[in-house]
Design a binder for this molecule. Structure first.
Ligand code: C5P
Length: 258
C-alpha cells in the first residue's frame, strides 16, 4: 500500500471557512423602471415597510450574518442611512451604507470594496428579493462553509423556455431558434454565497455585462453549485409581483398570529 496521503474529498472546507464570518452585500441602487413610476424600487413600501428593510431583515435573520453592507443609489446614501436608523434591526448585526454605481455589477463591486477584513464568506442579495426565508439564506451559507466557492439557490422552471432571434422593435414577432431541455434549466435567486477571495477575483477579472455574480465566477473557472431555492425568494420586478409580495406578507402575519 502506498504511503502517499489521500487527496482531500471535494467537500473538505478550505481552512477556516467552516467557522468564517459572513457578510451580506445588498445591491439596492437600481431604479426599478419596470415597476412603474415612483421612488427607487428598494424604497417602495411592502406592508408599510420599505422593500430594502425587508431584504436587510431577511439577511440579518441568519445568525451567521454579522455584517450587512447596503449599496444605496449613488446620490441616496444619506437617505438610506436615515431609513436604517428609523427601523428596528437586530443589534447583533453591523450595518454599512455605501453609494452604488450605474450597473448592478458596479454596485456589488463597490459593496465588496467597503467590506472590512475578517469576513471570508460573502452573500450577495438583491434588495428586490425582500421575502427570502432564513432557511434559504442558511442553506447557502452552509454550502459555502462545507467547501463550495460559489453557491446559488435555484428552482426548476415551470415554463418552457424558447431561445429567439430578438426582434427589431418591441412587440414584433421573434423567430424561435431553439427550445432548451427544460429539465436541465434552473431559475436562480439570491442570496448567492461566495468564498470572498473568489468573488473579489471574479469582479476584478470579468468585465462582460452579467446579470448575476455566480456567472462571473463561472467565467473565471471555479465550480458553481446550487442549493434548493424558495418560491418566496422571487424578485419583485413588475407591478403584479407587488401584489404577490403583499399576499405573502399577509399570510405570514396571519400565521404569526397563531
Ligand atoms: O435590475 P435588476 O432587477 O436586475 O436589479 C437587481 C438588484 O440590483 C436590485 O436590488 C437593484 O437595486 C440592484 N441594482 C444596483 N445598482 C444598479 C442597478 C441595479 O444596486 N445600478
Amino acid at each position: 500500500m502506498s504511503d502517499d496521503p489521500l487527496p482531500p474529498p471535494p467537500s473538505t472546507p478550505a481552512p477556516g471557512r467552516a467557522t468564517a464570518r459572513t457578510a451580506a452585500v445588498i445591491p439596492a441602487a437600481g431604479r426599478g423602471v419596470r415597476l412603474g413610476p415612483g421612488a427607487p424600487k428598494a424604497l417602495r413600501a411592502l406592508g408599510g415597510t420599505p422593500m430594502l428593510i425587508h431584504a436587510i431583515r431577511a439577511m440579518a435573520a441568519s445568525r451567521a450574518v454579522s455584517l450587512v453592507v447596503v449599496v444605496a443609489p449613488p446620490d441616496g446614501a444619506a437617505e438610506v442611512r436615515t431609513l436604517l436608523d428609523s427601523h428596528a434591526l437586530p443589534e447583533r448585526t453591523d450595518f454599512l451604507v455605501v453609494p452604488g454605481g450605474g450597473s448592478r455589477q458596479e454596485s456589488v463591486r463597490l459593496g465588496l470594496e467597503a467590506l472590512p477584513p475578517g469576513y471570508d464568506i460573502v452573500l450577495v442579495h438583491d434588495a428586490a428579493r425582500p421575502l427570502v426565508p432564513v432557511d434559504t439564506v442558511d442553506a447557502v451559507i452552509e454550502a459555502v462553509r462545507d467547501g463550495a466557492v460559489a453557491v446559488v439557490p435555484a428552482l426548476p422552471l415551470a415554463d418552457t423556455v424558447k431561445q429567439v432571434e430578438p426582434a427589431g422593435a418591441p412587440g414584433e414577432p421573434e423567430r424561435v431558434v431553439a427550445t432548451p431541455d427544460r429539465s436541465l434549466l434552473r431559475a436562480v435567486q439570491t442570496p448567492q454565497g461566495f468564498d470572498r477571495a473568489t468573488l473579489v477575483r471574479a469582479h476584478e477579472t470579468v468585465t462582460d455585462d452579467v446579470t448575476d455574480d455566480a456567472s462571473m465566477v463561472e467565467q473565471l473557472g471555479p465550480t458553481v453549485v446550487t442549493v434548493p431555492g424558495h418560491e418566496e425568494a422571487f424578485k419583485v420586478t413588475r407591478p403584479l409581483d407587488l401584489v404577490l409580495a403583499e399576499a405573502v406578507l399577509a399570510r405570514r402575519r396571519l400565521n404569526d398570529g397563531f
